[in-house]
Design a protein around this ligand. Structure first.
Ligand SMILES: [Zn+2]
Ligand SMILES: [Zn+2]
Length: 202
């Protein structure tokens, strides 16, 4: 056994020294292989960072536009409707106030004249789109934050806290939920909800 060990040691030493030699002498091979390895490893990363850059650019572009859009929105919704027609065609319509309602309510951008129910609601708290389920109400007793945190937005996964109820509409995002039948302003029934209108196509 000792002999074998010795032999193994010898082989190992030779092998190691050979490798060292080749890596020292024959530089073209090993470093090249290493480089290609590094390259192949780096390609996805660099691509990703390229993508990140592109995404960042787009985000930055958006943020460049946002202050302008936000200003027009913040100043008042009237200024948006009174802005130039060219600007209007570019902008989508935002609800003057968010209305929610049951299945009988008409979807669309709400204005002072058209009391329509918003179907483009976005939650600022969890940064998710608000989804809704027609002819259902939430079984409030079984609803809690974790239910929505874990199961939003799949109907099949939320079904266990939904209860069929004609005419009602159950809304939820990943952090908040409500159900309603008669159209009502969100502000009036859930003033603490951070739900906003993400604008409607013209
Ligand atoms: Zn809306
Ligand atoms: Zn939310």
């Amino acid at each position: 056994m000792d002999e074998i060990d010795d032999l193994l040691d010898e082989v190992e030493q030779k092998y190691c020294s050979k490798e060292e030699n080749t890596s020292n002498k024959n530089r073209t091979k090993l470093p090249f292989q290493k480089e290609t390895n590094v390259l192949t490893l780096n390609v996805p990363k660099s691509k990703q960072s390229e993508l990140d850059d592109i995404v960042n650019e787009i985000m930055n572009d958006d943020s460049l536009e946002k202050p302008y859009k936000n200003n027009s929105r913040r100043s008042s919704t009237h200024s948006q409707s009174s802005s130039s027609s060219q600007e209007e065609s570019k902008l989508k319509i935002k609800c003057s106030e968010i209305l929610i309602g049951g299945t009988q309510a008409q979807f669309g951008a709400a204005s002072h004249f058209y009391k329509r129910v918003c179907n483009q609601i976005h939650c600022l708290s969890c940064d998710n789109r608000v989804v809704y389920f027609d002819n259902y109400e939430w079984n409030e007793e079984s609803c809690d934050y974790l239910v929505f945190r874990n199961n939003y937005p799949d109907f099949s996964r939320l079904k266990f806290v939904l209860h069929p109820r004609n005419g009602f509409r159950a809304y939820c995002c990943q952090c908040s939920w409500l159900y309603v039948k008669e159209p009502i302003e969100l502000e009036k029934c859930k003033p603490n909800f951070k739900w906003i209108c993400k604008k409607h196509n013209r």
